[in-house]
Design a protein around this ligand. Structure first.
Ligand code: SF4
Length: 395
């Protein structure tokens, strides 16, 4: 067990030999809200939950159970069932715009992704002097919840304090992210509760839902619509691939990437590197998973030996498909099947580029003006700060 694997990545519940470290269960709070007639309870589900949930009900590993999952959530009593993939599309749109802005205006490079809270926490504690590398764009979960409690609340004429926003995540660190004071407004958190995939499995079993025989149903809209780019977020390399699809098109004045499926960033290698030629510029990229590999890259950045422009970091092995909140029976073989399933969802999607999501276009046209606008920055971006570290790796 390596200490660098233990910075709120959720792996503790998998490796703790006596089970003394357990996740905080918010199910009771969620059920209280569901039964409260004064609350509108909305739920969002992360990309990698839909390819892990079926394992627990005897379906083959990596089964895609999106539509049964939506039915189960409706049976539990959620008023609206939305998709974190919509938030992922929004994250990509803002992050691609941010990358282009940093490149054009000689701002701090390389830019690193910031959608993994265990990675953000690690950076704040162990590389506080390098925080400016983190993208200011909020994670899909937090960007979704920010829109839900502002634009969606306004559109549906619901007071934001009467919306209870639940996130089903493959991740324990998301529980900590939801509590960050900057991710809310006026003392009201944007995300009220986080339930892990494991927690949802327990809840479905507790209620006695016959998951395998559930009818299939669709997400609610507007925040249930997403593209294939949003789906691949759950696999290591997915955020990078999704961001490239949008950034490439914007930097070339509308020319799509020659190959939408960008294979150099896919797969299980701990550190993947590539160079992408875009409009006369060579974009140097890297994709890393596990915090051990992230520390290796950050040491290079700190010592000035890093020439990358854009780096994706995910704390869990394989990305969120192998997250700390997924069923504990997860092995590398299972993680790979889930990854494959996410790429299948992308391949079968009608729209595969985040900026083409029609509900995003509407959101920008009616509310946020354009990606990277002042309004978009107020709502969809955040900031980070140095924190005290629990471990000193030098000892
Ligand atoms: Fe959570 Fe995904 Fe990061 Fe793991 S990789 S800590 S599951 S966000």
């Amino acid at each position: 067990f390596n200490k660098t694997d233990c910075v709120l990545c959720g792996q503790c519940t998998v490796v703790c030999p006596v089970g003394a470290l357990v996740e905080k269960d918010d199910t009771n709070r969620v059920l209280e809200a569901v039964f409260n007639p004064h609350k509108v309870v909305i739920v969002q589900t992360a990309p990698s939950v839909r390819v892990a949930l079926g394992d627990a009900f005897g379906l083959p590993d990596g089964s895609i159970v999106t539509k049964k999952m939506v039915s189960a959530l409706r049976m539990i009593g959620f008023d609206k069932v939305f998709d974190t993939n919509y938030g992922a599309d929004l994250t990509i749109t803002e992050e691609a715009e941010e990358l282009i802005d940093r490149l054009k205006n000689n701002k701090k490079m390389p830019m690193t992704t910031s959608c993994c809270p265990a990675w953000v926490n690690f950076m704040e504690k162990h590389y506080p002097d390098e925080i400016a590398h983190l993208s200011s764009t909020k994670s899909p979960m937090s960007i979704f919840s920010a829109v839900a409690k502002t634009q969606y609340a306004k559109q549906e004429n619901i007071a934001p304090e009467n919306i209870f926003s639940v996130a089903i995540m493959p991740c324990i660190a998301k529980k900590y992210e939801a509590k960050r004071p900057e991710l809310g407004r006026g003392g009201i958190a944007d995300t009220d509760a986080v339930i892990t995939t494991r927690g949802l499995i327990k809840l479905i079993k507790y209620i006695g839902i016959d998951f395998c025989n559930l009818p299939e149903s669709e997400f609610d809209n507007p925040m249930g619509e997403s593209t294939g780019a949003g789906a691949i977020f759950g696999a290591t390399g997915g955020v990078m691939e999704a961001a490239l699809r949008t950034a490439y098109e914007w930097m070339t004045g509308g020319k799509p990437m020659p190959t939408l499926e960008y294979l150099p960033v896919r797969g299980f290698d701990g550190i993947k590197e590539a160079q992408v030629e875009i409009a006369g510029h060579t974009l140097k990229i890297a994709v890393v998973h596990t915090l051990k590999n992230a520390a290796f890259i950050m040491d290079k950045i700190r010592s000035g030996q890093c020439e990358y422009d854009f780096i994706e970091v995910m704390a869990c092995p394989g990305g969120c498909v192998g997250g700390g909140g997924q069923p504990v029976t997860t092995t590398f073989a299972v993680t790979k099947k889930r990854m494959k399933a996410l790429y299948m969802i992308d391949r079968n999607s009608k729209l595969r580029k985040s900026h083409e999501n029609p509900y995003l276009k509407k959101l920008y046209a009616e509310f946020l003006e354009k990606p990277g606008s002042e309004k978009a920055h107020q709502l969809l971006h955040t900031h980070y700060h140095a924190r005290e570290k629990e471990f000193d790796f030098s000892k």
